[in-house]
Design a protein around this ligand. Structure first.
Ligand code: ATP
Ligand code: MG
Length: 448
């Protein structure tokens, strides 16, 4: 098949390379049944239907896809007519979601190149795409995608893989290459820089030198992206099992400071590497938990990211005469208020972060009934894990963490013993004194 598409900023597609079923390893048995249903149904209705994006890339690499995305020449309204269980979503891109219980198959109509002045495709002054609802052909759709390895299409008609952008070659040699001119593509959508980091880390790919060069210059553009979208991207970056590498790479390209400005500045004032260590340890723990199939929570990582900024802010307040408890509360409020200008944070997340932070001083009290009340706190586990993190990185006494480890394992009787106040010894002493006095007085009355 020979195709030719031309747009001023886009390279010319000379031809698509078609890999027949015999030339690639994607088998239908690896594709979700629901995705197959949608593909087959669209085809039956006379539309073209392809799997596209991360699922094709991952299947070719022998990895399990996160989700199955479909591209078609049917427009969203037509898709909606074919599936009863379908909802249309999105403003920036209009998409069809076909629901099968908990699984959602996303169906996108091929995007067209369009004209920037067209009211369906809107660029802002910086060249960022604000809306992009021009429909087109598969040949045009290719150029709306970000990386060549994300622009491979699996055709349900003949089970072939269609490659317009040399994605297969890049996939084989592990290169992440932007389609078109990197600077323009990052300008259109600066989130592509975060995606570059995410895919490079997750797939173990290297960035193409052109892509890398543009990224160094374009990092600041990220600050124009709505905080809610950045929050979604941050979750993908840090909760997918490659948090530490993502952190290092984001810092390398100056992207981290846009996402977490207060954290970045706190890293600059580190003393003996402690703040950085806590953060790194938190990221490492999160990655190894995911590797072990355990769950990780966003609030715990955010609490670790912002712990040092809160410390710095609270200490500053205390130096101005504000009492410790109030200083920490105010610092938490301020740091969170500043952070949500960069990445939004849902309320349940900020509430949980505050709880984790405010539990920390409570771990210092080991006597009386407070420990048993603390252990019953719904956020105890996270608070304790945070204490461990601090104790492993020089921010809390390791002996304190050991005490709490022992306390949790102890029987009720042992727990009571562990929390007996040292006052007890004094009581004994005064008790003895009383007894002595009593004895003296008894003696004095001569009742013996
Ligand atoms: P994942 O494994 O995380 O699902 P993915 O590549 O499938 O990775 P999605 O966010 O699911 O990523 O997007 C699906 C496809 O849509 C991508 O592979 C890419 O072709 C295209 N795409 C997504 N976001 C963008 C973007 N910001 N710019 C250009 N193309 C994009
Ligand atoms: Mg995907």
């Amino acid at each position: 098949m020979i195709t030719s598409v031309r747009n001023e900023t886009e390279p010319v597609v000379e031809r698509a390379r078609i890999y027949s079923r015999l030339e690639h390893n994607i088998s239908r048995s690896q594709i979700s049944d629901n995705a197959l249903k949608v593909l087959n149904r669209l085809q039956k209705e006379g539309f073209d239907a392809y799997l596209v994006g991360g699922c094709v890339r991952d299947l070719l690499l022998g990895r399990e896809p996160n989700d199955f995305d479909i591209a078609t020449n049917a427009d969203p309204e037509q898709v909606k007519k074919v599936f009863r269980n379908c909802r249309l979503i999105g403003r920036r891109f209009r998409l069809a979601h076909v629901h099968f219980g908990r699984e959602v198959i996303e169906v996108a109509t091929f995007r067209g190149a369009g004209e920037a002045k067209n009211d369906k495709q809107v660029l802002n002054n910086e060249g960022r795409l604000l809306r992009d609802n021009v429909y087109g052909t598969i040949e045009e759709d290719v150029w709306r995608r970000d990386f060549t390895v994300n622009a491979l299409y699996y055709n349900i008609k003949d089970f072939s893989v269609v490659d317009y952008a040399d994605g297969m070659a890049d996939l084989k040699n592990g290169t992440l290459r932007l389609i078109g001119d990197p600077e323009t593509r990052f300008r259109e959508d600066p989130v592509r820089m975060l995606r570059a980091v995410r895919f490079a880390v997750k797939l173990g790919f290297k960035l193409h030198p052109d892509c890398e060069k543009s990224m160094h210059n374009a990092a600041e553009l990220l600050s124009s992206i709505p905080a809610a979208r950045l929050y979604d991207e941050v979750l993908k970056l840090f909760l997918s099992g490659y948090a530490l590498q993502s952190f290092e790479m984001l810092r390398h390209y100056g992207l981290f400071q846009v996402l977490f400005p207060a954290t970045e500045s706190s890293l600059a004032v580190e003393e003996s590497g402690f703040p950085r260590l806590l953060l790194i340890k938190a990221l490492e723990n999160s990655d190894s938990r995911i590797a072990e199939g355990k769950t990780v929570t966003a609030y715990f990582l955010f609490a670790a990211f912002l712990w040092e900024p809160v410390q710095i802010c609270a200490k500053d307040k205390m130096a101005h005469g504000i009492a410790e408890f109030v200083a920490y509360q105010d610092a938490a409020n301020e740091v969170i208020a500043r952070q949500i200008k960069s990445t939004s944070l849902p309320r349940h997340i900020t509430m949980a972060m505050r709880e984790v932070w405010s539990l920390q001083p409570k771990f210092n009290v080991r006597y009386g009934t407070r420990p048993s009340r603390l252990i019953a706190h719904p956020r105890f586990r996270a608070g304790y894990d945070f204490l461990l993190l601090r104790s492993e990185t020089g921010g809390a006494d390791p002996e304190l963490a050991q005490w709490w480890a022992k306390y949790q394992e102890a029987s009720a009787a042992e727990q009571r013993k562990m929390t007996q106040p040292p006052r007890k010894a004094q009581n004994n002493k005064s008790g003895r004194k009383k007894a002595y006095r009593k004895k003296v007085s008894d003696d004095a009355t001569g009742t013996d």
